[in-house]
Design a protein around this ligand. Structure first.
Ligand code: NAI
Length: 411
């Protein structure tokens, strides 16, 4: 196991917003004991104070790490978001401070796919309407309009992590799966891809959306697309709220052309559980409404805690930045015994590597491995050397103009 130039108990780890306790345990298991674990997130001034001498920060979606915060925490070397999104962080500013940000984009893939599958079954059976009626004291015992999913056509828009997983599960229950994606995606199982969205729309009994929010997917499903679906079709959106034009969906529900829908995401969502949910959809019994909880399961929380803490630990212990969302990505091997790893984060400007090399040459250091990666305005160079005494070299590297951060690890 590598040793840090800064002892692990001097590395201050701040975990906010009650991230899953597994994250704290992972740091402790790795010898990090200077951990500050808070259930909530402090107000900006208190946050600045807490982070003034922190090295690693773990947050969820409610801690805003803006320019002011980043400017004030000089020692911060990595941030992990124990969730999917990273909008709460000024990513560019973090990168320009030499701070990689890590998240867990795919830890809840299975959770979303399972919810969607359950919704498809419920919609096919007309359960939302029957359930709502029963809550009002009405008894709707009938097989009318109630179907099995077996043999029905499922259309998936966006055959990425969630879409393809949904396809596999749906197929295992006997659905015929078709998908449309802008990228060339290898079909899984017997899923068949369609050349166009229109081709998909015309074919399917249920359409499920699994695309990101982009300028192309905004309002992707409106009147024109809904009209192309078969009468009595179903729609599921657990992707992003702006993908469906809600007014057009409502018109289609009113006419009965779209028979039912399940929506987990909305153009406007309450910012907290204390705010009301306002939508014209609430009066439609045939619409399953869930509060953006497609990925919210305890299993997903566990996966997120493991994934993000491992990424932070990997960076702290060995310098790897694989799958960082804002940083040059380097996957590094373990540091060999009696070697040192010198990591130089700098502004991506001409002649930088030459200056770094020059200092290694002056110190007659034998470089055993060299990794370099740049992204945008940042360069990340990692040199493994056959030497443990690199203090002087480190200070000289810090003097190079354009240097943002120098770290050293020992094997
Ligand atoms: P992913 O990146 O693995 O897959 C997205 C797929 O959509 C890719 O294959 C991509 O090529 C495709 N795509 C992009 N633009 C397209 C277009 N214009 N037309 C057709 N295909 C297009 O993403 P993942 O993990 O599968 O997530 C999908 C969506 O689910 C995202 O919007 C994500 O935000 C949302 N999500 C929702 C959650 C919830 O709680 N409801 C939880 C997790 C993700």
């Amino acid at each position: 196991m590598s040793k840090l130039s800064l002892p692990k108990d001097k590395i201050k780890v701040v975990l906010l917003e009650g991230v899953h306790p597994l994250a704290e345990q992972a740091f402790k298991k790795n010898g990090y004991n200077n951990i500050h674990y808070l259930k909530g997130t402090p107000e900006p001034d208190a946050l600045k104070q807490l982070l003034a001498d922190a090295h690693i920060l773990g947050i969820r979606s409610r801690t805003f790490v803006n320019k002011e915060i980043l400017d004030s925490c000089e020692k911060l070397m990595a941030i992990g978001t124990f969730c999917i999104g990273t909008n709460q962080i000024d990513l560019e500013k973090a990168r320009n401070h030499g701070i990689p940000v890590f998240n867990a984009p795919f830890s809840n893939t299975r959770s979303v796919a399972e919810l969607v599958l359950a919704e498809i079954i419920f919609l096919m059976r007309g359960i939302p309407q029957k359930n709502a009626a029963a809550h009002r004291g009405e008894w709707q015992k009938t097989a009318e309009g109630s179907f099995e999913i077996r043999g029905k056509n499922l259309g998936i828009v966006g055959f990425g992590h969630i879409g393809s997983q949904l396809g596999v599960i749906a197929e295992s229950l006997g659905m015929k799966v078709y998908f449309y994606d802008i990228e060339n995606k290898l079909p899984m199982g017997n899923a068949q891809h369609t050349e166009t969205l229109n081709e998909l729309l015309a074919k399917v009994d249920v359409l499920s959306l699994h695309v990101p929010s982009t300028s192309v997917t905004k309002n992707m499903i409106g009147k024109a697309q809904l009209d192309k679906m078969k009468p009595g079709s179903l729609l599921v959106n657990a992707a992003r709220g702006d993908v469906v034009v809600i007014e057009d969906l409502i018109a289609s529900l009113d006419s009965g052309h779209i028979k039912g829908a399940a929506l987990d995401v909305f153009p406007e969502e309450p910012s907290s559980n204390n705010d009301p949910f306002i939508s014209q959809l609430i009066k439609y019994d045939q619409v399953i409404i869930t509060p953006h909880i497609g990925g919210s399961t305890l299993e997903a929380q566990v996966n997120i805690a493991k994934e993000v803490s491992q990424k932070l630990l990997k960076y702290s212990n060995n310098g790897s930045t694989s799958s960082s969302v804002n940083f040059p990505q380097v996957s590094l091997p373990e540091i060999k015994d009696n070697q040192s790893r010198v990591m130089h984060i700098h502004k991506n400007q001409p002649g930088m590597l030459e200056k770094v090399n020059h200092i290694f040459t002056i110190h007659s250091m034998n470089i055993t491995a060299l990794h370099l990666q740049t992204e945008g305005e940042i360069g990340y160079v990692i040199m493994d050397v056959d030497c443990n005494d690199v203090d002087e070299l480190k200070s000289e590297l810090q003097e190079i103009e354009g240097t943002l951060r120098v770290r050293v690890l020992h094997g």
